[in-house]
Design a protein around this ligand. Sequence first.
Ligand code: ADP
Ligand code: MG
Length: 321
Amino acid sequence: MIKVDNISKKYGRLQALKNVSFEIEEGQILGFLGPNGAGKSTTMNIITGYLSCDEGSVSIDGIDIMEDPKEAKKKIGYLPEQPPLYYDMTVQQYLEFVFQLKKVRLPMKEHINKICDMVKINDVRGRILKHLSKGYCQRVGLAQALIGDPPVLILDEPTVGLDPQQIIEIRKLIRDLGKKHTVILSSHLLSEVQAVSDRILVINHGTIAADEMTSSLTMTGRSTEKLDVIIEGRKQTVKSILAKIDGVTAVDERGEVEKGCFEYIIDSKRDVRRLIFRALAKTDFSILSMKPVERSLEDTYLNIITGKYESEGDADNDSNI
Ligand code: ADP
Ligand code: MG
């Protein structure tokens, strides 16, 4: 449904995105996760055609956003980080205005009624936007994105600034919308994307750092493992023993670290530490050390965030991850 192919973007000398590629299937809810400044909004602005990229391409349902922006944009409902609201209008006036702006060819009254029901803003339709709470403004922002029934929804930090009750409501709404739409939502909170997404894409410093299905993440807490092991003994034999262990996907021999002792990097689908121990216990080869080198997405993401905190002293509410 959405294909992002190798996009790069510079702002002056700052490389905001570097060779970012991913695809999203129809009906998927993709959580786009990364600390502030990672490149989430830049990516979303490029996907929606509001910003051009220096390299690469984006297509929506097969339509290239640069070649045919008008057609591609019809397929997208976009809620930018700052909802594009006209604060002196009433909710009703604003939605009619957006309807006309998008040149939607549906019966206006029924269409706007349907959307107001969906996002639950019927009781404030006559109110002026500047008098609405942040939660209601965000719903109106969502309503604006839904006008024209686009199959794709792109939501940039849709729960920022909302109170806990409003967050729960908006998340539920996004999950409901995900039943009929392909959705990308961004957040700097792992808990947030975990709560609503089918799949999580982590972005850091303008590159994709991880891409995981949420189900594998929540079931196991970690999806792939990497171990650094030092074993004394003939490397060819040891390597073949390691490679035969159930769950091991790759064994990379890294050289002799002490006389007769070799280091191996072992990739596996699950925790194989006990199996390695048992397999080698049957031989004369000794394990001298064994330590994990790659951790779960949660750990990886926490490291990203922690690095961010150290570098910028940023202390907003990420502590609830
Ligand atoms: P995120 O949405 O993940 O917080 P952004 O995509 O907004 O990240 O920003 C990525 C990087 O690009 C940041 O370092 C940010 O400061 C920079 N940036 C974003 N927009 C602009 C701009 N219009 N001009 C210059 N730099 C920008
Ligand atoms: Mg942003």
